[in-house]
Design a protein around this ligand. Structure first.
Ligand SMILES: Nc1ncnc2c1ncn2[C@@H]1O[C@H](COP(=O)(O)OP(=O)(O)OP(=O)(O)O)[C@@H](O)[C@H]1O
Ligand SMILES: [Mg+2]
Length: 416
């Protein structure tokens, strides 16, 4: 090739690209693959402009690809809001898992607006629990996996299909295990019970639970079914948009002592039969706030964490955290992590494509937040958040408060 960098000889060129599609977490194999590989993405190296320009054209193109991959694979950062949810969930899963008596386990409902990180927060907390749980099982039964006849699936994660029926919910759960679907609802329910027991599942996560349309007869049955699932020695984690307004808590009363929601036992059929109802904690995953110092600090820390992962060649320190930028980003996204991430992703793509190589309010002003892949969402269930429009970027030159300009880019490094 005649290139001094020895393109063909220094290791795999695209180690950051997945072979094949991303794992499907709603099948146990995919969940295991995701759990094992989560957080293992290696970001592009940080190069100075001079180092970048010293690369061969081919290397430069690959580096750009790696930078792009880095920007669309930003890591999950803990926020005060996500910590609250994951601490509660891990604690609940662990407590329930070590409970020896059979019977109903307290469940957990995770509510919040669309795109606020409910799914990711819950999946990561469940994966951490599973890491721990598998470790314990290895210690107590080395060389032997519980449920040897069947695969050990301590965590089952599934998503409710749009307009779910009881049958559809059962099939969705059976699909996690790859089990066949019997024809009748009765047999389906029995298969689900068997699967959960045989695979030693201790946590059953049902995402997008608010896709139930509770005014329809089907959904009342689905709800009864979900409540019955709580009797399977399994911790039920229900995740959805604005659960309190969804009708899902209908018939439940708030227990002032524990703050939990308690359902009468066994749904509407024998509601009066016993006092031991099914109990859920309801926890909300909130967006960032900008009205208190603590809220602003948390947002700034999140932005600093994002900034640290960006690989733009003319980025100055404080690109996202200094001056008017934080407030502008907040107004663009209303503090919703998912929207912020999308804006940053698209902004970075534009910054690379145009050669601007840094994010500014001006560049972001021309970047619309697009939620691609909308067919995966159910707008009727509130899964598509309102995206603020017509947010005017701050004047570039106006300085509202004195700030440290040591790190500012004065434009003396040229893009070539
Ligand atoms: N703590 C976080 N740090 C960084 N990115 C995050 C965080 N939480 C969520 N995200 C990102 O925000 C986006 C939305 O997250 P997620 O899909 O978990 O939200 P959701 O509340 O489940 O949305 P929906 O209502 O559409 O189901 C994802 O791209 C996710 O990676
Ligand atoms: Mg989700």
């Amino acid at each position: 090739m005649g290139q001094p960098t020895g393109d063909e000889h220094d290791g795999p060129l695209v180690p950051f690209l997945l072979a094949g599609p991303p794992p499907d977490r709603t099948r146990w194999e995919g969940w295991q693959q995701w759990r094992a590989g989560r957080g293992s993405f290696s970001p592009a190296p940080r190069l100075s402009m001079a180092e970048y320009q010293g690369l061969s054209p081919r290397r430069r193109a690959l580096h750009d690809l790696h930078r792009t991959a880095t920007h669309v694979n930003l890591r999950l950062q803990e926020t005060p809001m996500s910590r609250k949810v994951s601490d509660l969930m891990r604690g609940r899963l662990q407590n329930n898992a070590v409970k020896l008596s059979p019977g109903t386990r307290d469940g957990l409902m995770i509510s919040g607006g669309g795109f606020q990180g409910k799914t990711e927060t819950a999946c990561w907390a469940a994966a951490e629990f599973e890491d721990l749980w598998r470790g314990i099982h290895r210690q107590f039964a080395p060389g032997q996996t519980p449920g040897t006849r069947d695969v050990f699936v301590p965590v089952a994660y599934c998503r409710l299909p749009v307009r779910a029926t009881p049958k559809a919910l059962c099939k969705t759960i059976l699909d996690v295990y790859g089990d066949p679907h019997p024809a009748t609802l009765h047999d389906l329910v029995r298969s689900v019970r068997d699967a959960v027991r045989d695979h030693c599942t201790t946590a059953l996560l049902i995402d997008d639970i608010t896709r139930l349309r509770l005014h329809r007869g089907d959904d009342q049955d689905t709800l009864d079914l979900i409540r019955e699932l709580m009797d399977l020695n399994v911790t039920l984690v229900l995740i959805g948009v604005d659960i309190p307004r969804s009708g899902l808590l209908r018939g439940a009363h708030a227990d002032p002592r524990t703050g939990q929601r308690a359902f009468p036992a066994a749904g509407h059929r024998d509601a009066a039969a016993t006092q031991t109802g099914r109990r859920f904690d309801l926890v909300n995953l909130d967006p960032f706030g900008y009205s208190t110092p603590a809220g602003i600090t948390a947002f700034l820390e999140h932005l600093a964490g994002i900034e640290d992962q960006l690989r733009l060649l003319r980025a100055a320190a404080g690109m996202l955290t200094a001056g008017d930028m934080p407030e502008y980003l907040f107004r663009r996204t209303h503090g919703i992590v998912g929207l912020l991430r999308r804006l940053i992703e698209d902004g970075c793509a534009k910054a690379i494509a145009t050669g601007e190589e840094r994010l500014t309010p001006g560049l972001l002003a021309g970047t619309a937040i697009r939620l691609g892949n909308l067919d995966g969402l159910d707008p009727d269930a509130g899964e598509v958040p309102d995206i603020p429009e017509d947010v005017i970027p701050p004047e570039p030159k106006k300085k509202r408060r004195p700030r440290n300009t040591v790190f500012d880019d004065h434009g003396d490094r040229s893009a070539g």
